[in-house]
Design a protein around this ligand. Structure first.
Ligand code: HEC
Length: 186
């Protein structure tokens, strides 16, 4: 009998907890403001969840030419063209001011890439990160090959000098072969 009463009490507490949570979230008491800080343990749990998720999902193997100088330069151009600079900055280039208003804030990539594997960087760029400002570039159909070139470039970031980045991104991209210019209206 005692056990039954005890179980009923647990059941009641669960129901009260669920009702409380529903009122808190659906009643508008939870603040979705980007500036509203989460309790420390929520931040900690989100980071653990992100790292474990990326490590488990990132399965693609890096192409053999990841360290090629030409591929790295191609990646630098793609990095600029795709707008990564606005949020993450680049050697000698400041990120846009607005990115400082993002929560979580976009990391300075040259500080973290040594602790990330190419497959993880590829996966993040291709898929984005839910509930953060990090977009999915796969969703806008950036080809895998181009994403790998970006990975090749950002893996190199800690040693890329400002002048190198400037020179690489100023060089005109190699001409695309096999395309014809659009025909003008007759
Ligand atoms: C609109 C802003 C924005 C743009 C544009 C953007 N990112 Fe991000 N990126 C973020 C944010 C915010 C995070 C942090 C997410 C987090 O903390 O979970 C992030 C995280 C990342 C990470 C993961 C870092 C880690 O800790 O593992 C990589 C890699 C990355 N971005 C690369 C890129 C590349 C490459 C591009 C361009 C192709 C790009 N990002 C474009 C906002 C952006």
């Amino acid at each position: 009998m005692k056990t039954l009463k005890f179980l009923a009490l647990i059941g009641l507490l669960c129901i009260l907890g669920a009702v409380g949570a529903a009122v808190f979230f659906f009643g508008g008491f939870y603040s979705v403001a980007g500036t509203a800080a989460e309790p420390k343990f929520v931040d900690w749990a989100m980071i653990q969840t992100r790292q474990a998720s990326i490590a488990r999902h990132a399965k693609d193997r890096a192409p053999a030419n990841l360290g090629d100088a030409e591929f790295i330069k191609e990646g630098a151009r793609a990095y600029t063209k795709r707008g990564c600079v606005h949020c993450h900055g680049a050697p000698g280039v400041e990120w846009s001011k607005f990115s400082e208003g993002l929560r979580p804030d976009p990391p300075d990539l040259h500080e973290i890439v040594d602790n990330r594997e190419p497959r993880e960087l590829f996966w993040v760029i291709k898929n984005g990160i839910k509930m953060t400002g990090m977009p999915s570039f796969g969703a806008i159909e950036v080809p895998d090959q181009e994403i790998w070139s970006i990975v090749a470039f950002i893996k190199k970031l800690p040693t890329v000098k400002d002048e190198d980045y400037k020179a690489w991104t100023e060089e005109p991209a190699s001409p695309v072969t096999g395309t014809t210019p659009p025909a003008g209206n007759p």
